[in-house]
Write a protein that binds this ligand. Structure first.
Ligand code: GTR
Length: 422
């Protein structure tokens, strides 16, 4: 029998081997050809908005559904029962009104509860609203002690006092540095927060979260081109949007879908699928987000499918180390958001996410925006650090690592102000 130490050694060596294969060297990027954005599968050149919307856009959505993220069941437009847990809490010294809502989904004898936390600037009707998922529960995003804790599964994190896959009081405020809520309110925006684990716990287990509500008799996981976790989270964001649209205080708001990292991948896909999102922001979204997969810098398709086999449709695994065979690349995901403004942000030290590839993913979406006569980034050269671009496709590169900072939010707010004119 192998000793524990020898097993540990084997694992460490395997890890080191896998990591040594990671490429961060621009000069080692092999030449690649991107699938053409403005040419249909049948070879037709796409010259007008009408052709884009009726032919090519539809094709691209289908390709991402079938080959990458997985298709959301048509019946999933499920209406939840709404329970108002808190109607008008006073927050931030009276500057904001806090609402907490539970959306209860039921189907096939199974149920799912999703908590929404909403802050709106006091006395302001229909403010533009940022809608964003968080990683450790709604209570993690600010010090506000009145936020209810979600009972959903969460990965253990000792520093936050999470040791039994259960959110505890220790998680309160732990991610406050990523969510400058008071500044968002002061800028005249609302914020709606959701814990992504409420919609689908982030583990390779399809027996929990939203998926089982749609299984046929005997089914235990989605089919090969059916929804993975990213599609499930995109779905959940749209259900939050249904709620905001049904509420007089936000029914006529503009809605901004924001996400960081895996949740940035989610905001792009969610924004592509649901045209009611007026603006989309993807921060440090990397592989499977905005970064061009064919570059294979930092995280690759194989790496992401190995570490997170539940994020994408099973079918996506066939592109492990076969990026050139993909019928899409990530610039096409951004293009699906056109003509709505989209903002992409990178960080210099976030090399795993391939900041140059993130810029190119944004830049190569330009032809779709140009069909609508919109202004797009002028050059394929990544802008310098802290030199944001606020054309319809917006972008910045900031110093530092994989995170969301005040600088990022300053840009998100300025970009949203410019394009949504609240
Ligand atoms: C990493 C993953 C990235 C990114 C990140 C995150 O481990 O490789 O694709 O999603 O997690 O979500 O923070």
């Amino acid at each position: 029998m192998k000793s524990f130490l020898s097993i540990l050694f084997t694992i460490l060596i395997m890890k080191a081997g896998a990591q040594s294969k990671v490429n961060y060297d621009e000069s080692k990027v092999e030449p690649y050809t991107l699938p053409e954005l403005l040419r249909s599968a049948g070879g037709q050149e796409i010259k007008t908005v009408k052709e884009w919307e009726s032919i090519r856009r539809t094709e691209i959505v289908r390709l991402f559904e079938e080959e990458v993220y997985g298709k959301i069941p048509a019946e999933a437009q499920l209406k939840p029962t709404i329970e108002i847990l808190e109607k008008e809490g006073e927050a931030f010294h009276g500057k904001a009104v806090r609402q907490q809502i539970a959306l209860d989904f039921e189907r096939n004898g199974q149920s799912l509860r999703v908590h929404l936390l909403v802050y709106l600037p006091a006395g302001q009707d229909n403010p533009p609203v940022f809608v964003g998922y968080n990683f450790y529960g709604n209570a993690s995003i600010t010090e506000d002690e009145n936020i209810l804790l979600s009972p959903s599964w969460v990965p253990n994190k000792k520093e936050f006092g999470i040791t039994e896959n259960q959110i505890t009081d220790g998680a309160r405020g732990q991610r406050a540095h990523r969510w400058p809520v008071e500044k968002i309110i002061d800028a005249g925006f609302g914020l709606a927060a959701i814990y992504y684990g409420d919609v689908d716990p982030d583990r390779d287990d399809f027996s929990d979260g939203i998926h089982p509500l749609f299984y046929e008799e005997g089914q235990t996981k989605p089919g090969p081109s059916e929804w993975g976790a990213i599609s499930a989270w995109a779905w959940g964001a749209s259900r939050a949007l249904d709620y905001l649209k049904s509420e007089p205080a936000t029914a006529n708001s503009k809605y901004i879908l924001f996400g960081h990292s895996r949740l940035g991948k989610t905001s792009l896909w969610g924004g592509a699928l649901d045209k009611r999102w007026d603006l989309v922001i993807a921060n440090n979204s990397g592989c499977g987000g905005v970064a061009i997969s064919r570059r294979k810098i930092g995280e690759t398709v194989e790496a992401i499918n190995t570490s997170f086999p539940h994020w994408f449709a099973d079918r996506f695994k066939k592109y492990n180390d076969q990026e050139n065979k993909m019928p899409v690349d990530q610039h096409m995901l951004v293009a699906l958001i056109a003509p709505r403004p989209v903002y992409i942000s990178s960080a210099v030290e976030d090399r795993w996410a391939d900041p140059v590839g993130e810029y190119l993913g944004a830049y190569y979406a330009s032809p779709a925006y140009q069909l609508y006569g919109l202004e797009t980034p002028a050059s394929d050269q990544q802008p310098s650090v802290s030199k944001p671009i606020h054309t319809s496709i917006g972008y910045h590169l900031r110093p530092g690592g994989h995170d969301v900072t005040d600088y990022d939010w300053e840009q998100f707010i300025a970009f949203s102000r410019k394009h949504l004119k609240p």
